[in-house]
Ligand binder design. Structure first.
Ligand SMILES: Cc1ncc(COP(=O)(O)O)c(C=O)c1O
Length: 390
């Protein structure tokens, strides 16, 4: 049988999930026994707080928690989400209708297009960006329209530049602040502009707050839901992966307009069966942690950021201090191709990074470094780069 001819056009239309040979180069370097410093993925190394792990163990001892999960998530956790949102952003949410628990925020972000996008519809997607926005739209048969994020615009999209003809079929606008990969934050002024623009053009906003608590220099992220009128057309996605180091658990949540939440819930009940209750019980404890516990996480990433940014600057790289996220977005000297540069760093220095163009065409000319190893390893990475005269 010619299996190729059976593959859906939905899948065929996806360009391959390529990172320009980086995965192969890494595999080869590991096979050669090289000491690899992996700054490639968004995979935090910090362990979850001991109170979270204790709650996990306790919940695992209760057989009730091993039964089929409740689709939309335990009410206990949805109530904890609503209380956390209130404490953090002074914003009221109905836990019954305006909160949905996800099997990781990636899953919800990818599925949200299934709830709203018909073949031929378009969605506005930042460039560079976390790939699932664009890929989710494409899997649903829609067309992503890229919004370049440029340094001169503080890495915010310029809504004025979006062509009128691209707007007539646009249903979704994806935003992500604190931003992966640029480390930018969005202030209330920008979020208000985004809400106004989306309302004028009857577009739903999906704001990704995966890094909501990982911000530096006393900056705090703003929730788009605190903007006047935002609850009419906004969804906001949160993750337990980055702030709480619960990456492998696969747990997140989405909050916002009840009708939008319900549309996503209808997709969810068809494709998965809810998150494991043991994890949800422990996540309730995570949301009750004190601010000082999260401060430790922020400080750790900030110290790592300071080491890497100072090191890259010493090497002559053009790099700004990220204000949030776990990434440093650095301009490659001498306009070298980002794929070639990433491969060269693996081969010659054993350092894995993400080539900017893998995150979108506007990412060309940049490398993304993840702050997922300790200060000593980051210092070692800079030393290795120094020996290459980069
Ligand atoms: C911007 C952004 N959003 C969402 C996610 C997914 O997080 P989760 O682990 O909750 O699926 C990531 C993970 O890398 C991310 O970088």
């Amino acid at each position: 049988m010619d299996i190729e001819s059976k593959i859906s056009s939905r899948l065929k239309n996806q360009e391959e999930y390529v990172f320009f040979g980086v995965a192969e180069a890494k595999k080869k370097a590991l096979a050669e026994g090289k000491d690899i410093i992996d700054l490639g993925g968004g995979n935090p190394d910090l362990a979850p707080h001991h109170k979270i792990v204790e709650a996990l163990k306790k919940a695992a001892d209760n057989p009730e928690n091993h039964r089929h999960p409740i689709y939309e998530g335990l009410l206990e956790l949805r109530q904890a989400v609503a209380s956390w949102m209130k404490r953090r952003f002074e914003f009221d949410l109905n836990p019954e209708t305006e909160v949905l628990i996800l099997i990781g925020s990636k899953e919800g972000i990818a599925h949200v297009s299934w709830a709203f996008i018909d073949p031929g519809d378009t969605a506005l997607v930042p460039d560079p960006a976390y790939p699932p926005y664009k890929r989710g739209v494409m899997l649903a048969g829609g067309k992503p329209v890229l919004m370049p994020l440029l340094k001169e615009n503080h890495w915010l999209p310029d809504f004025e530049k979006i062509k009128k003809e691209d707007l007539s079929k646009t249903k979704l606008l994806f935003l992500n602040y604190p931003n992966n990969p640029t480390g930018a934050l969005a202030d209330k002024g920008f979020l208000q502009r985004a809400v106004n623009f989306a309302k004028e053009n009857e577009i739903i906003i999906c704001q990704d707050m995966a890094y909501s608590e990982v911000t530096f220099d006393n900056n705090r992220s703003e929730s788009i839901l605190t903007i006047n009128g935002a609850k009419e057309n906004c969804l906001e996605f949160f993750s337990f992966s980055k702030t709480y180091g619960m990456t492998g658990w696969r747990l997140g949540f989405v909050v916002g307009n009840g009708k939008l939440i319900d549309a996503l819930r209808q997709v969810e009940v068809n494709v998965n069966s809810g998150a494991f209750h043991v994890l949800q019980r422990a996540a309730t404890v995570a949301l009750s942690l004190e601010d000082k516990d999260i401060d430790e996480v922020r400080q750790t990433y900030q110290m790592r950021r300071d080491v890497l940014v100072a090191g890259l600057k010493e090497l002559g790289w053009e790099v700004d201090n990220p204000r949030g996220s776990i990434f440093v977005w650095a301009k490659i000297p001498h306009k070298l191709d980002s794929g070639k540069m990433a491969n060269m760093l693996i081969e010659k220095a054993g350092i894995v990074t993400t080539p900017g163009k893998g995150l979108g065409p506007s990412g060309e000319g940049y490398l993304r470094f993840s702050l997922i190893v300790d200060k000593e390893r980051l210092t070692e990475a800079v030393e290795r780069m120094k020996s290459l005269y980069l």
